[in-house]
Design a binder for this molecule. Structure first.
Ligand SMILES: O=C(O)CCC(=O)C(=O)O
Ligand SMILES: [Fe+2]
Length: 208
């Protein structure tokens, strides 16, 4: 068995996940990697039609405009290009690490590109469906342009509980390169109204 090396950066992420069920980091990917992923997304968007995202489990998908307005393209790891391979390598390294240290038993992931055009949002929801409770961690990486401003909208609102059990809202702006990981089963969240096209990769780490 390969010797285990503690990764201080991953440990900070894990501490946050344990202590508050979510974490935000801006340095998981380099600025260059984010530029490559954004360019790749934009090329794919010009070549393929992103599908209107649906709500509910795959077996019973429904498109409900008032709930979410984003367009998505599922990623296929087995036929990924060089830039996507870099993304999967980094995510898989992290999965390997948390499986060894936190015994989460992550077996697989599912990932899609997402674009929220101007005027769209995703209403408050939880990422697990009644028929698919395997989603354990939600992983969102923002690929917006470097000049992204909070007043472009599209902040991610996490609905948390304070020490007294009262609900509090934590707003996370969709800054390029920002990676948000949160507990899929516990944290309700929403994407606020978007005023400029908003790009991301969203994924779920799942148990068997
Ligand atoms: O893009 C985000 O910030 C979150 C997206 C989301 O909640 C989802 O796709 O389930
Ligand atoms: Fe979500």
């Amino acid at each position: 068995m390969a010797e285990f090396a503690v990764n201080a950066f991953y440990e900070l992420i894990i501490d946050d996940l344990i202590n508050r069920k979510y974490c935000v980091t801006d340095t998981f990917f380099t600025v260059e990697e984010i530029d490559l992923l954004r360019t790749n997304l934009l090329i794919k968007q010009s070549l393929t039609t992103f599908k209107k995202a649906a709500v509910g489990p795959l077996s019973n998908e429904q498109i409900i405009e008032e709930v979410r307005g984003d367009f998505i393209l599922w990623m296929d790891e087995s036929s990924s290009d060089q830039i996507e391979k870099m993304y999967f390598n980094k995510i898989n390294n992290f999965i390997h690490y948390i499986n060894r240290t936190c015994y989460l038993g992550i077996q697989e992931g599912e990932f899609h590109y997402a674009c929220y055009p101007e005027g769209t949002f995703y209403k408050r929801h939880l990422d697990v469906f009644h028929t698919d409770v395997r989603r354990t961690l939600s992983v969102v990486l923002y690929l917006n342009t470097p000049d992204w401003q909070p007043d472009n909208g599209g902040a991610l609102a996490l609905y948390l509980k304070d020490a007294a059990g009262r609900e509090k809202e934590e707003l996370i702006h969709a800054q390029p390169g920002r990676l948000v990981i949160f507990d899929s089963k516990e944290i309700e969240h929403e994407v606020q109204m978007v005023y400029k096209p908003r790009y991301s990769i969203t994924g779920w780490l799942k148990t068997r």
